[in-house]
Design a protein. Structure first.
Length: 308
């Protein structure tokens, strides 16, 4: 059995910050330590491992191949440990502090006030902060830690994310310019999309996510032309109004974003679009669990997801 003593947590933190900063002075400032302390800790770690982790010159600090390997191995383990400590602390302290909720579009729709009121009544010591997200990067703020959970459109099939209860389900309509030939029809089908141009999307949104909402082909296999890429919902509406293309959207858009230069036509054969609560699996805190419980309670009161 190997009797070598494992590095302390603070040693690993210093190593990871130096691997990120590549500068002893900035590392010391970031960790609020003295620069000699940082240097001594790294030398101690290198002696324990038996090889250099950094190449040091008068101009720069670079990871050695061994140092890069150690950084890649340690980062997910250290992050997991930090998140486990955060979850334990949150559980011990109860539901207090601030819960940051991201929302896409109308969020949970008419169910939103019930969810929020239920949560606030149960946990008056926890403040809710709301932040709008955009479909060019619907999951980015969650992964970046800028929000604790999301009310976002499905599908979401990401290995690091948990999809909770569906809070809103609604049919879809086709948004077209007010003078478009489709505007005189009582309904359209997905096959009709091949007769005009839809829009692509900029940003890191999952491809499968946008393809569900704006398909690349009709059910019969006809290609649907894609035109300009867009990044925000207001940009999408402006381009439709300007005659640059058409787009499937949720039925609630007609109620909340109705404008005279756009017509909304029922899209009869498109699958419904759902909104659900989504959070990072590794960040399943007491606050997140409390919000999910409040959501389930609101769903029970409502008899299921909100509908349009």
């Amino acid at each position: 059995m190997n009797s070598a003593r494992l590095p302390e947590r603070y040693e690993l933190e210093i190593f990871l910050v130096l691997a990120d900063e590549r500068h002893f002075g900035r590392t010391a400032e970031r960790l609020r330590l003295s620069q000699p302390r940082v240097s001594q800790t790294i030398k101690k770690l290198e002696r324990r491992i038996g090889a250099p982790l950094f190449e040091r010159t008068s101009r720069r600090v670079q990871l050695t191949p061994l140092g890069a390997q150690l950084r890649d191995d340690l980062q997910p383990l250290y992050q997991g440990m930090a998140e486990a400590m955060a979850r334990a602390t949150a559980t011990a302290r109860g539901v207090h502090g601030t819960l940051r909720v991201g929302f896409l579009g109308v969020g949970a729709g008419e169910l939103s006030p019930t969810i929020m009121d239920t949560f606030r009544a149960r946990h008056p010591g926890c403040e809710i902060q709301m932040r709008e997200t955009h479909f060019s990067d619907p999951l980015g703020p969650l992964r970046a830690g800028e929000v604790d959970l999301l009310l976002t459109r499905l599908p979401v099939t990401e290995p690091d994310l948990t999809v909770g209860p569906v809070v809103l389900t609604e049919p879809r309509v086709l948004a077209v310019p007010a003078r478009h030939p489709f505007s005189r029809r009582s309904s359209v089908s997905l096959e009709d999309l091949a007769r005009d141009t839809v829009f692509g999307i900029t940003g890191p949104a999952p491809g499968y996510w946008w393809d569900f909402h704006v398909p690349r082909s009709t059910p019969s296999g006809r290609a649907i032309p894609r035109g300009q890429d867009i990044s925000t919902f207001q940009e999408l509406l402006a381009l439709i109004a300007a005659g640059q293309g058409i787009s499937p959207v949720a039925a609630s858009v007609e109620r909340y974003y109705n404008r005279p230069d756009i017509a909304f036509i029922p899209l009869v054969d498109a699958p419904d679009t759902d909104v659900a609560v989504v959070w990072r699996t590794a960040a399943d805190t007491a606050r997140v669990r409390a919000f999910v419980q409040a959501t389930r309670h609101a769903l029970d009161i409502n008899g299921g997801p909100a509908r349009f």
